[in-house]
Design a protein around this ligand. Structure first.
Ligand code: IMP
Length: 190
């Protein structure tokens, strides 16, 4: 079976990737390594720099990939976007709901960027999920902003009310990972 490493310490992201990859007969293995997290306005730049840093500093087994995601809230001009993990750790879902207090435009987009390398070249794949910020925290599953994000293409449940397979039908990360999986199955790299 074709085998790829996913440099992440997030077991939820790993589980989402395992399910997507299994649809393609691919195997993903966790590489729980400390990554360089630079601040940048661009998720793609963050992912590219993180991948390049691991290639240089961490003596990786290839092929491997990293993934960076962010929640872009329209009424907040795209905030927290690339600063999502910092914002989540400081103010959490309740803090974001407070920022959205009295705001009618609840539109938001989750964006995921996957940066992959076979040890020679770097490839980047993106996925998006459009939706809305809920008025209250809903659901127990998933991680991060899942309890306040209602995907537009869903049935009104938040990401945290979906099981992983349901979330994978709609999520930014599954969409980016499927592009990588499709590329891997059609290339001779692994
Ligand atoms: P990361 O830097 O890619 O791990 O993601 C930044 C932050 O965005 C994380 O700390 C999470 O709070 C949030 N995030 C990323 N992806 C998701 C998701 O699929 N669901 C909910 N929150 C997410």
């Amino acid at each position: 079976m074709k085998h790829v490493l996913f440099a992440t310490s997030n077991r939820h992201k790993l589980q989402e990737a395992e399910i997507v990859f299994s649809e393609y007969g691919l195997n993903v293995e966790q590489w729980d390594v400390k990554r360089l997290e630079v601040q940048s306005e661009s998720l793609e730049e963050i992912a590219r720099i993180s991948l390049a840093w691991l290639m240089r500093e961490a003596n990786p087994r290839c092929p491997f990939f990293v993934e960076d995601a962010g929640l872009f809230i329209e009424a907040l001009n795209g905030f927290p976007g690339p600063y999502s993990s910092y914002v989540f750790s400081k103010i959490g879902n309740e803090g974001v709901l407070k920022l959205m207090d009295g705001v009618d435009n609840r539109r938001a987009v989750f964006v995921s960027v996957v940066a992959f390398t076979d040890g020679k070249e770097m490839l980047v794949f993106k996925g998006q999920a459009s939706g809305f910020i809920s008025h209250a925290v809903k659901g127990e599953r998933g991680f991060g902003f899942d309890p306040i994000f209602i995907p537009e293409e869903g049935d009104g449940r938040s990401f945290a009310e979906l099981d992983v397979r349901e979330k994978n039908k709609l999520s930014h990360r599954a969409r980016a990972l499927r592009k990588l999986a499709e590329w891997l199955t059609s290339s001779k790299i692994i």
